[in-house]
Each structure stands twice: as C-alpha cells, then as structure tokens.
Design a protein around this ligand. Structure first.
Ligand code: ADP
Ligand code: ASP
Ligand code: MG
Length: 482
C-alpha cells in the first residue's frame, strides 16, 4: 500500500471501547453491535475494544481466590456460572448455526482453560499475580469472540483479536506498563492489514503480554487504557468509550443523584478526576491521547443520541471554577509526629523510602508547616505493613523521642474538588471549606495538587458521602447556576 493511502486511512480511524455493562447481556451486545455498524458507515476504519461482560472479571477473581483457599466446590460452581452466562448470551443472540458452532467451540476451549487454571491453583495452593492475570484475562477473551461473531452474523467482516499480540508490557502482573514503541509496531503490524481488508477488529481490552508472551493485565478498569493506547498506536482521529452513564458527570451519580453531565473537559481535569477516584475512566487513559491530542469522548451505549462528554486539550472549559467532585474510599491516614522532627533532615525522604519498599502507593501527602508532623494516605490493606515499616525505619528517632509516634487513622476517604479554572480563581478553598463547615464535617487533612487543578480533603468514611454531596450542592451547583 502506498504512503498516501496509509495516511488517508489512518486519518479516518475511530477506536470505540465498550465497557462491561455495554456488552454484558445479549440486549447490550446487540445495541453495541448496532453502534459499531452505524459508525462504520461514518468512518473509514473502526477498531472495537471490549471489556468482559459485567460481573465476569469479579467472578473470575472469586474463582481463583476460592481455588487457592481450597474451596473446590465454590470454584467449580463459579466456573460454571461464567460458562452459563456466556452460553445463555450466545443462545439469545440467534447466530446462524455454522458461526454459532465455531463460536461455541472457541468458548469451550476458554472454559476449559479456566477450569484447568483453577485446578492448578487449587492443587498448588498458590496464586501468584501472574496466575491471577491468566485467569482474569479470560473474560475479555471470551467476550471479544462473542461480539465479533455478532458483527459477522450481521454481515460485517470482523475478527476477534487478542491484545496479547498487540500490547507488550513489563512484568508487573496486574498493573503492567506498556513498552510503547514495541507495542506500537506490533499493533500496526497486526491491525493495519485487517483494516486494509475492511475487517473490523474486536480487540480484548484490559489484557496484554510481557516480552515472553505471558499474559499481563493493565489494572482494573484497564479497557479504557487499551482503547487509548490503540488510538495512539494507530493514529486514530478520535477515541470513544461507551459506558452506562451519559458521560463524565459532576459527581458519581450513585452518590449524588443530581449529578450532571459535563459536556466538555480538559485532559488535565479528567486525569485528575480519574486519579482521585472517578471510576468512569481508568487513570492511565489520558496519557496516550494527550500526547497526540486525540479527542476522547465518553458516551452512553443505552442513550447513543446524547452527545456525551468531549475531552481534549482546549482551554475552553477553564471558565468554570470547580467542575467535579470525586472520592477514593478504603484508605488509612498515617501520621508521623514529634517535636524533635523540626529541622532533622531527611525524615520525609526516609519515611517514603520505607513505604516504597512495601510497594504501597501513597495517594496524598500533607506536611504541617511547623514540620512537626507528616501525614500521608495509603490503601487500608497496606496499613499494618506500612506502620511497621515506618516504625522500623525510625526506631532510633522513636527511642530518642525526636519522633513521638507513628499512628494510623483507618477508614478515611479522600474527597477531591477538581477544576482547571481554580487556578485563576482566588477564594475557591474558602468556599469549599465554608461548605463543609456549614455541615460540621471535620476535615482531617488537606492537600492541594501542585497543578492547582484540585483540592483534596481527608474526611472520616462516615462523613464522605455527605462531604461529596455538600461540595456538589454548595460549590458546583452554585457555580454552574451563576
Ligand atoms: P464501564 O464498564 O463501562 O467501563 P464503569 O463501571 O467502569 O463502566 O464506569 C462507569 C461508572 O462510573 C458509572 O456507572 C458511574 O457509576 C461511575 N462513576 C463514578 N464517578 C463518575 C463520574 N464522575 N461521572 C460518571 N460516572 C462516574
Ligand atoms: N474487565 C476488566 C475489569 O472489570 C477491565 C474493564 O472492564 O475495563 O476491571
Ligand atoms: Mg470501566
């Protein structure tokens, strides 16, 4: 194919990703296929990325966990549940016999793989991150085949493609990092010939492989990231993620029923939202698209005529002050405190080095200006290990009473207010703290992102929902209606 043709083709590529609910039943898959077919008429090329059916990844995790725990009956039941769910969907899709038999055969191989992986885990009594990735990858591998078969049934040339042959990562099983240039050439080599032959690839989201070809995954919710990576590698014109809400909203609609769709957001804002807990996009999704300035849309599979949210690099949205409020739950606040810390160099560095040795991710840090305490937030499941690590590191300072104590406050939540416009707007924090004060919500710690796109507060888990609603009501709605 000559250069010109390649360039023309690439300019018209759309990557569309369908999340778990959007491909979680025969009805949803039918709807998703309709959307793909409609857009295929508008775009020169379409690449589809699919998640596992909703609930399947969780069930696969439960399979592996019950296998390692020795609960044979439970894992066999769960494997059966996964199998039945897929079989029922395939039956309901009314695929013609030959295609259906081929699909069933492919699925049967994957059910068998699941069964033997779980049996292996059960016999060995060991579940490694690598073993877990092998198990959880099966949900996407099954569903890509189902979705592709329906497109074929509807008369479109399509092929299920395993992202293990496209996205190559390091060995960090469960949270793998793509090796970008290598993945780019693998992706182009595998997908461009299909696109050239007018075949719609249906790629497994979430999964990848290391250099040895062993399956890895990109972290929970990683299919969004897959779509953005493919968009980057294939020079897509746009990336659309189809989900079960009308777009990115001012707050999680499950906590704040009055939350509204945000029509336009900047990459920075949405990155901050995803980092601070808005589940609607995987936190890594923005990185590949921002570098190439590829617009990203979040749309609702079940309301496709609604435009959704457009995310790009324009500064248009900086008008608003606080755009959204998010929450990260299941956290503990660790405090290192003591009068003797004042002026002792290196306490912070040593504290975080001790934490890093346990691979605990620190979500937020706040230090009092008097230097008498440092506090930071970590996932609760790391609390005991991190406390111990910091105490060991500071053993001498603790004996000398330079540090009085290292302690944890469990059950805290980080609530974050986000908005690119905060930057030029004085008084935003005052407004936010005023809103929380009105409801007597106790703020345990505060941090402002260095980018000034966000302000985070730590509150007790019991106050979290009220804090989110209060910020939404007093700060976001007031701003929007002004
Ligand atoms: P998918 O499987 O399509 O990727 P997810 O469940 O991962 O869907 O993400 C969509 C969900 O994210 C929504 O159903 C919603 O409950 C939740 N969510 C949390 N915060 C937000 C937000 N700010 N805007 C939109 N949805 C949000
Ligand atoms: N199926 C995976 C998960 O549930 C990936 C995704 O849905 O994006 O985490
Ligand atoms: Mg998701």
């Amino acid at each position: 194919m000559d250069e010109d043709k390649v360039r023309k083709k690439q300019a018209g590529l759309l990557v569309m990703k369908f999340g778990g609910t959007s491909v979680g039943s025969s009805g949803a898959i039918t709807q998703a296929a309709r959307i793909v077919q409609d857009e295929y008429a508008n775009w020169q090329d379409v690449v589809v990325v699919v998640s596992a059916m909703s609930g399947v990844t969780d069930t696969l995790i439960a399979c592996a966990k019950s296998a390692v725990a020795g609960n044979q009956e439970t894992y066999i039941d769960l494997v059966h549940t996964v199998q039945e769910k897929h079989q029922a969907v395939v039956d309901e899709l009314m695929i013609e016999l030959e295609l259906k038999l081929k699909l069933q055969e492919e699925l049967a191989t994957l059910f068998e793989a699941l069964r033997s992986l779980c049996q292996g885990i059960h016999i060995m009594g060991e579940l490694t991150p690598r073993g877990m990735d092998a198990v959880v990858s099966l949900g996407e591998r099954m569903n890509a085949r189902v979705v592709s078969a329906l497109l074929q049934q509807n008369g479109f040339a399509s092929r299920a493609v395993e992202a293990t042959s496209l996205i190559i990562t390091d060995d960090t099983f469960q949270h793998a990092h793509p090796i970008m240039e290598f993945s780019r050439s693998k992706t182009r080599a595998a997908l461009q010939p299909l696109l050239g032959d007018h075949i719609i690839p249906v790629v497994t989201g979430f999964i990848a492989a290391n250099r040895e070809g062993i399956t890895t995954t990109l972290g929970r919710g990683g299919s969004d990231y897959t779509a953005a990576l493919l968009g980057d590698f294939l020079d897509a014109r746009e990336v659309w993620t189809w989900t079960d809400v009308d777009g990115v909203m001012t707050a999680d609609p499950r906590t704040v029923p009055e939350a509204r769709v945000i029509p336009e957001l900047t990459y920075n804002e949405v990155s901050e939202m995803a980092y601070f807990g808005a589940k609607v996009l995987h936190p890594q999704t923005i990185r590949p698209v921002v570098e190439r300035e590829i617009p990203l849309w979040v749309k609702n599979t079940f309301n496709p005529i609604f435009p959704g949210t457009r995310i790009d690099g324009s500064s248009e949205t900086e008008r608003g002050r606080i755009t959204a409020v998010t929450a990260i739950r299941g956290l503990s606040l660790i405090t290192v405190e003591g009068r003797g810390m004042l002026g002792v160099p290196g306490i912070a560095a040593r504290t975080f080095a001790a934490v890093a040795r346990h691979e605990a991710s620190v979500l937020m840090i706040s230090q009092s200006s008097s230097e008498q305490s440092i506090c930071f937030v970590i996932p609760s499941d790391m609390e005991a290990a991190v406390l111990q690590a910091v105490e060991d590191e500071m053993a001498l300072e603790l004996t000398r009473r330079d540090i009085d104590r290292v302690w944890a406050q469990p059950d805290v939540v980080i609530v974050t207010a986000i908005g690119a416009g905060m930057r030029q707007t004085p008084g935003v924090s005052a407004h936010l703290f005023g809103a929380l004060g009105k409801e007597n919500i106790n703020v345990i710690a505060i941090a402002q992102g260095s980018s000034e796109f966000s302000i985070s507060v730590v509150v007790a888990a019991a106050d979290a929902d009220q804090a989110v609603r209060q910020i939404h009501k007093e700060v976001i709605c007031n701003e929007l209606s002004e």
